[in-house]
Write a protein of this length. Sequence first.
Length: 312
Amino acid sequence: MQEELNVMQERKVWHLVDLPPNIDPIGCRWVFALKRNEMGEVVRYKARLVGQGFKQIKGISYDDTFSPVVNFSLIRFFLAVLVVGQNWVHIQCDIKCAYLYAPLKEDVFMKQPPGFEVKGKEGMVCKLDKALYGLHQSGREWFFEIHNTFKNLGFNKFEWCNCVYLYENDLLLLLYVDNIVFIGRSIEKVMRGIKLLQKYFDLKILGKTHRLLGGEFEEKNEEVFIHQTFSDSDFAACRDDRVSMGGQIIFIGQAPIMWRTFKEKCISLSTIEAEFIALTEAVKEMTWFDRILGECRDRKIIEEIQEKSTLC
């Protein structure tokens, strides 16, 4: 707990002020968690101070809240294409207390942390200067903070997807909140990108990407085959409304990178029509991946259609 407060003091997360009139300050609380390694062993006991954002009022203490993250299928996509297909190297990093780097635009007042009130100033409140965890807008403010840093360092954002950046055409960066995956042509390129960011953020190197957001990645030295997409659909299987169910899965080599099932938006009059509707959704996804590959100056994608009658 004291370590967390030391970080907040170092980054000047708040300063004490007298409570303005007609202001109801939000509260705060401690959240405790266990950090585990790949073997499931506890490696750290973590305490985090969070604000009670549910007491914030929209339009007064916060406004927009949306913040983008990299699509998880893109992480699998780039690992398959660049790491397995072209022998690029990858390193995963984590930014310590990431939100606390982002300045806060709105005036947000918070009660002092319970048990850690400043002696002689117990009646004062914290005016937040940085985006504390728990606030509605913290994720958004953090994204713009790191996005602007990337831009100033020369990282170019991909046009067709969020939170994917390219540096000098041989270093790729994937951002998911405070988790960063570097994929580079060589370990020297990756370390160069890491050192650039370490000038601005407390970056912890975790090694190769094995575990990320509950998902596990296994790297094998296998050849990458032709990119394939399989789509399928039943025909009016639901007796309640007779709307068909479609499904799709996209492979790169032997690794599935994207999959989903969905209910079609209209009633099909034949199996061929149901297949075409499912295929249309698959082609939409393939077109998106195709445009991303175009930005990587890579090969085009080939669709494989399972239903033979759709070729007629």
